[in-house]
Ligand binder design. Structure first.
Ligand code: ADP
Ligand code: ADP
Length: 237
């Protein structure tokens, strides 16, 4: 569960990106966060995995007050939270499976990673993750031979191999064409339903948010201005 209690976030330059946020997200929810550029969507999800620190209030994630985490605890905590970016953040000059494996065994010495010496059970788990997002046949291709949509699915497989309880996705389909965006959104939906992971997705494309998410949260100038079920939004529009 994710719970924001009276959370404020002001950047060092004085911009207040989150104002008195109160929000509760239960395990297994599929939530879309919508709002204009600069509304605070990115800041909101990046506070959850401590990429940003909050200034005031309390933010509990899976029973942990994230502000209390230090150094090594933050790294351990982040292992349970998958993060997906608009720009995929993959190592493009190596194979798809290596990208998935490197994040699934962070403790492995780097020389073993360089030589591709990964434990067999991790390799099987990586192939299973690639299968879940429909790109098993690309496992041994280099990432830079794949389309944008396929690359985002590699990033999703990499996150799945971590076995997180929460996936945070910051504009995951913003750089994809409309058809490919739907393919990737289908993957998120299936993962949410089959694996009961919570999914929080920032998306400026309102129609996609309403079509795929169960709950939609609207943010404007750092404040929550809407929070409700997708069906209800559709009825109001
Ligand atoms: P969104 O994701 O909805 O586009 P952001 O969370 O990125 O919104 O930004 C919210 C506000 O905070 C904006 O005014 C933005 O300029 C500001 N902001 C975002 N990141 C930083 C930062 N690292 N330093 C200072 N201001 C920032
Ligand atoms: P995105 O929409 O993907 O968050 P942005 O262009 O808003 O991309 O931000 C890119 C980076 O710049 C982020 O790390 C963000 O925190 C930072 N940033 C955004 N706005 C500001 C700002 N006004 N001042 C300083 N850094 C900012």
């Amino acid at each position: 569960m994710i719970e924001f209690i009276n959370v404020n976030k002001t950047y060092p330059n004085g911009v207040t990106a989150l104002k008195d946020i109160n929000l509760k997200i239960e395990q297994g929810e599929f939530v879309a966060i919508i709002g204009l550029s600069g509304a605070g969507k990115s800041t909101l999800i990046r506070c959850i995995n401590r990429m940003h620190d909050i200034n005031e209030g309390t933010l509990n994630v899976n029973g942990v007050d994230v502000s209390n985490l230090r150094g090594k605890q933050i790294r351990k905590f982040r292992r349970k939270i998958g993060m997906i970016f608009q720009s995929f953040n993959l190592v493009t000059r190596t194979s798809v499976i290596n990208n998935v494996l490197v994040s699934s065994v962070p403790e492995l010495p780097s020389w073993r990673k360089t030589l591709g010496l990964f434990p067999k059970d991790k390799k099987i788990a990586a192939l299973e993750a690639l299968d879940k997002v429909g790109i098993l046949d690309k496992a041994y291709n280099r990432v830079d031979q794949l389309s944008g949509g396929q690359q985002q699915r590699v990033a999703l497989a990499r996150t799945l191999a971590q076995n997180p309880s929460i996936i945070l996705a910051d504009e995951p389909v913003a750089s994809l064409d409309p058809v490919t965006a739907k393919v990737v959104m289908d993957d998120f939906k299936r993962i949410n339903q089959e694996m009961e992971m919570s999914i929080l997705i920032n998306i400026h494309h309102v129609e996609l948010a309403l079509e795929y998410a169960d709950r939609v949260i609207g943010i404007r100038q750092g404040e929550i201005v809407y929070d409700g079920k997708s069906e209800e939004v559709t009825q109001e529009v």
